[in-house]
Design a protein around this ligand. Structure first.
Ligand code: NAP
Length: 279
């Protein structure tokens, strides 16, 4: 069994972004990401801080907008309009979730698709569906990098994705299809989930339930990608997969922590570089 090392691979990608940023700076373009946080949710604050730190490491300028919890939707949309019009800003990220009085769909829709480095805008999702170039949601894009940089051959493989969220499951399935896998998407209404998973050469689990997938779901020598992030009853981090139970069956597996998690921010940096290069 081989552990797919997300920490190492994400560091490589950040190093590549750092070099790419330097080349852009030499050409007079300073890559710049604007990060907007509304309210003071502690988890969101940690994510935003980590994104700022990654920008600093990669020579990407970061602008931070920390707005009061009671900011109106209109005020937030106005700020997005201003950043859309600002040529010195290459990427715009609004940290989700937003307070309940703000409609997330309106906000995502307002970000220019050319600056939508999270890849959530409907134009970018449409581009992914039709095979056009665009920004891809960072977590699934990171999983493709993990597979490729770990020499996992995707073409022709049976891939099962558990989960159909807009952020992970759906774009993940589309990306695996783009890489020529034969893809099955499972969700909470799927019948015979275990049987379907047992057929997977590559099993990608984004179900949001701690240690849900055990050895009874996994084919011998399968590659298992665990997207989940949880803290168990002992405050220990774990994923959607019961790592100890499946580790002797799989050929490769991502651990939690240190698997998919670090890839998300690395791919965000990659998207900011792409936005800056397009500019
Ligand atoms: P989500 O929006 O809650 O989606 C979960 C999906 O799992 C849904 O499609 C749901 O089906 C399906 N599901 C739930 N119970 C099921 C069951 N018993 N059998 C089969 N399918 C079932 O979650 P998400 O945003 O995609 O995130 C998934 C996990 O990844 C979470 O643990 C999250 O914290 C983690 N995550 C990690 C990163 C990272 O950077 N590593 C990024 C994003 C998310 P229905 O559609 O039918 O409800």
């Amino acid at each position: 069994m081989e552990i797919i090392d997300g920490k190492k691979i994400s560091s490589e990608i950040k190093e590549e972004c750092k070099e790419a940023a330097l080349k852009l700076i030499e050409k007079g373009i300073t890559p710049c990401l604007a990060v907007i946080l509304v309210g003071n949710d502690p988890a969101s604050s940690i994510y935003v801080n980590n994104k700022k730190k990654a920008c600093e490491f990669c020579n990407i300028k970061s602008l931070s907008y920390e707005l009061d919890e009671n900011t109106s939707e209109e005020e937030l949309l106005k700020l997005i309009d201003k950043l859309n019009d600002d040529d010195s800003v290459n990427g715009i990220l609004v940290q989700l979730p937003l307070p309940k009085h703000i409609n997330e769909d309106h906000v995502i829709d307002r970000i220019s698709p050319l600056k939508d480095v999270d890849g959530f805008h409907v134009n970018n999702v449409g581009a992914l569906c039709t095979g056009l170039d665009g920004f891809v949601s960072c977590t699934p894009a990171g999983i493709i990098e993990l597979l490729k940089r770990s020499n996992v051959d995707i073409t022709g493989k049976n891939c099962v994705v558990i989960g159909r969220s807009n952020i992970v499951g759906k774009p993940m399935a589309l990306l695996m299809l783009r890489e020529n896998a034969t893809v099955t998407i499972c969700h909470s209404k799927t019948v015979n989930l275990k049987d379907i998973c047992k057929n997977a050469d590559i099993l990608i689990v984004a179900i949001g339930k701690p240690r849900f997938v055990d050895s009874s779901f996994v084919k011998k020598d399968a590659v298992v990608i665990d997207v989940g992030i949880h803290r168990d009853e002992n405050n220990k981090m774990c994923g959607d997969v019961n790592f100890d139970d499946v580790k002797d069956i799989v050929s490769k597996i991502t651990p939690v922590p240190g698997g998919v998690g670090p890839m998300t921010i690395a791919m965000l940096m990659k998207n900011v570089i792409k936005a800056s290069e397009r500019y």
